[in-house]
Ligand binder design. Sequence first.
Ligand SMILES: Nc1ncnc2c1ncn2[C@@H]1O[C@H](COP(=O)(O)OP(=O)(O)OP(=O)(O)O)[C@@H](O)[C@H]1O
Ligand SMILES: [Mg+2]
Length: 413
Amino acid sequence: MDEIVVGIDVGTTKVCTLVGRVENSKTMRILGVGIEPSDGIRKGIIVDLPAASQAIKRSVEKAEHTSGMEITTALVSLAGAHVSSVNSRGAAGIPGGVIDAIDVARALEQAQAVAIPHDREIIHVIQRGISVDGQEGVRTPVGMHGFKLEVETHIITAATATVDNLRQCVSAAGVNIQQFVLNPLASAEVVLTEQERQMGVAVCDIGGGTTDLAIYVNGDVWHTMVLAVGGNHVTQDVAHGLRLPVSQAEDVKKQQGHAIRSDIGSEEFFTIRPFGEDKDVRINKQDLAHIIEARIEETFGLILQEIKRSGYDGLLPAGMVLTGGTSALPGIARIASEVLGMPVRTAQPENLSGLIDKLNSPAYSTSVGLLRWALTMHEHEVAITGGGKNRRRSKGEGMNFDSIKNWMKRLLP
Ligand SMILES: Nc1ncnc2c1ncn2[C@@H]1O[C@H](COP(=O)(O)OP(=O)(O)OP(=O)(O)O)[C@@H](O)[C@H]1O
Ligand SMILES: [Mg+2]
């Protein structure tokens, strides 16, 4: 197989463009990497168009340079608290008694006929499950006998204006958007095992400005959400607590930080030189851990609330898989496990070859996940038919004819 895929992860702290080639079903060769600090992006959304498009452009140019390829089309990550999701069910009667692809398409179309406010648009329609005459867990309905077909979908929508801003920035960088992919769905592609998805698991990507969550049950996505909290809040707390400039607080957090105060001995110190001081200042590591612990505990408290609200809290025997830059914080998995009352592990991209020296970090799960999503796109998604007026897309964006064909093929036995 010789398929080239491109993803642009537009994060709050960095923009990462990757060019990859599939080597086999397990490994991916990274041919081009462009990592640039973000600008004009807060909590996952664009707040300064020219600054953000410049950052995206620089990242794309770097990836072009390292890969020696011109980038014209890419998958682009999407996050921010403006994203929301609903589960919707569609049904179709089977006039012939035997299900065909058109019956399935009718049921899916009905599932998408949910009322979506005019200022929102559909980003993903993901098939969660199919049942025939009340019998759940049907995988390939076409050809089966039955009277009533029902499909469950997970529909993810986003604020049109916010998505349009991102569209504009990516276009200004000279790239067509093949599709937007919600952050946690991309991350899940690289950090979850199939067994975890089947058992029931939550993936949680804690970045700089957002915490992205997706819940998988019986192999499918059942719930997604994006919280506007992340590692930047921890840095802010450290800056306030230790009276340091933000850039220094960021370094201190990464080099000396720990999420559990009681793991640190009371005699552990480090020295820093704050701006305006002419000598080093000694700081107790426990004090730093105390500040970080409070914020991390609060963050997982919010995550727990959200999981409970989703109603799937009893359905996650495989617990939570943590990723994103902030998951590199020592002790975070343990504190998460204590707050959530479930097993928690941390994960990062694996099975990569090529230009990987920077990518072996949890901060790049979404970036690498976009490439994986590109490969398996047709396995997850349903052609979007509903909400016509909510489907403003730029040229070339959305599911192309091939992916619709692939999707139709998947329905066949
Ligand atoms: N070793 C570390 N310890 C603690 N925090 C870390 C460490 N390494 C990175 N981080 C934090 O991770 C965050 C960046 O993570 P990431 O690169 O996943 O974010 P992003 O994708 O740019 O943002 P988002 O997805 O929220 O829009 C920053 O807040 C950074 O301080
Ligand atoms: Mg991110």
